[in-house]
Design a protein around this ligand. Structure first.
Ligand code: PFF
Length: 450
């Protein structure tokens, strides 16, 4: 049976695309990477990349998707037939495959903490005890793999149900609630004693802390949080009606994302400094810090449960989009095939993610290029595959899509001034490919050889 895949409303699309964008990237990964990378300067570069590269690329993916109304492979094929450009779609599928395999491990951590909090295991512990409890939880192979499996099964079931019913409905109520809860959390965090040091850490840029690696990490982080470079946004916008306002959607998604990044940073860093912790604790940062903050609030654990639920939703809506792009290509609009492929691919992804789950416990000593399995998978996706995908898209769009056609497509559904269009086109054609290329070269140490 053929499905009629279209969003039921424009808001549905924005929520689903924002749902894909907002997830672990902004809430869990940004604070931890910023913490490792020295804070303010990283944040500044991240913002710059998000506005100058991420936003234009997001819009470019929307244009590819809506103008062709096809999946991640066919869309490139229909724009550039008899060429190899559709490999961008395959690269995106592979990237999402690896990404989801470790993303789901962290999603599993949220489920574990949700259950533990509801059971009362987190009531009234000390900061140090929270850290120990978390370490013990994620290093337990049965718990971490089991939770990873549960996260994957939820993702599979929702994606198997189809885009409209599954993804859209779930996205609708989560975002406003998440904003509100963050505000409550920040209020507590910034009123802790010594909190201002954390605010300063986050916003005061000390550029001497920047290295080639942290610049690449900021680039990868800005693509990661916006879900660009992997054709997920091509797929999502292919379900859009022709009269939707693309530039406004892109701007609101970027705006929401930056806001969540700032909120997450403001919730976490003041507490880190107030408790005398190190900001560079790595992937465990958020889980070590937040329980103590919540614990210092009246009804703290109730708030923590609400927070974890919303955090879980945010992560799931991102996970849906990663599986969706793969399943949509394989099932080609056939409902039965969609269910079959969702399960097959989803379960393989689960299996591939098991070593990442174990790398926080019994396999913590196994290393690939001096990184744990989890860190290596994340590095491959965030710092190599996503920037390369974004680079290819930034070459593809100006080269293969006519400027006049892009303008017509972009101005359907909204009156974008010619000048703004030209700014976007310039960023796409020159700034994005050159900047991404230079950042990648820089990390390879090419400059140093001259
Ligand atoms: N943007 C998501 C997040 O920040 O959690 C991660 C992500 C989702 C990246 C989907 C890429 C993607 F295709």
């Amino acid at each position: 049976m053929k499905e009629n895949q279209q969003w039921s409303s424009k808001l549905g699309f924005i929520l689903a695309a924002a749902g894909s964008a907002i997830g672990l990237g902004a809430i869990w990964k940004f604070p931890y990477i910023a913490g490792v990378s020295g804070g303010g300067a990283f944040f500044f570069i991240f913002l710059l990349f998000t506005l100058l590269l991420g936003l234009p690329l997001l819009l470019a993916e929307f244009l590819i998707g809506r103008s062709t109304q096809k999946d991640a492979i066919e869309s490139y094929k229909s724009i550039a037939p008899s060429s190899k450009w559709h490999s961008i779609g395959y690269l995106g599928m592979i990237t999402c495959f690896i990404l989801l395999s470790f993303y789901s491990v962290i999603g599993g951590w949220i489920i574990l903490y949700l259950v533990k909090t509801i059971r009362g295991d987190l009531d009234g512990l000390s900061q140090q005890e929270y850290g120990e409890l978390f370490g013990a939880t994620i290093s337990d192979p049965v718990l971490s793999i089991g939770a990873h499996l549960i996260f994957m099964i939820i993702t599979i079931v929702v994606v198997a149900m189809g885009v409209q019913k599954g993804i859209e409905r779930t996205s609708k109520f989560m975002m406003p609630a998440l904003f509100i809860l963050f505000l409550v959390l920040i209020f507590r965090s910034v009123t802790l004693s010594g909190a201002m040091e954390g605010v300063q850490f986050l916003f005061y840029p000390d550029f001497s802390k920047l290295t080639s690696e942290t610049i690449l990490a900021a680039l990868g982080q800005s693509f990661f949080t916006l879900s660009v470079g992997v054709s997920v946004m091509v797929t999502y916008s292919s379900y859009l009606p022709k009269d939707s306002n693309l530039s406004q959607s892109a701007i609101s998604i970027v705006g929401m994302n930056i806001m969540i990044v700032v909120l997450a940073g403001l919730a976490i860093f003041p507490a880190v400094f107030s408790f005398g912790l190190e900001p560079n604790a790595g992937p465990v940062l958020l889980f070590n810090v937040l329980p103590t903050v919540f614990n210092q609030m009246t009804f703290g654990m109730v708030f923590f449960v609400a927070f974890l639920l919303l955090f879980l939703f945010a992560s799931l809506t991102s996970a849906f989009s990663m599986l969706e792009i793969i399943v949509s290509v394989l099932s080609k609009g056939d409902t039965k095939a969609r269910t079959k492929w969702s399960w097959i691919i989803g379960l393989i992804i689960f299996a591939v993610g098991v070593p990442s789950a174990l790398s926080f416990g019994i396999w913590s000593e196994v290393s690939i290029f001096n990184k744990t399995i989890f860190d290596a998978a994340d590095y491959l996706v965030s710092n190599i595959l996503m920037p390369v995908g974004a680079l290819l898209i930034s070459i593809f769009v100006p080269m293969k899509m006519k400027k006049s056609h892009l303008y017509d497509e972009l101005t359907k559904g909204n009156a974008l001034s010619k000048r703004l269009f030209n700014v976007w086109y310039f960023l796409m054609k020159y700034v994005a490919p050159i900047a991404i290329f230079l950042v990648l070269l820089d990390v390879l140490g090419v400059w140093k050889r001259f």
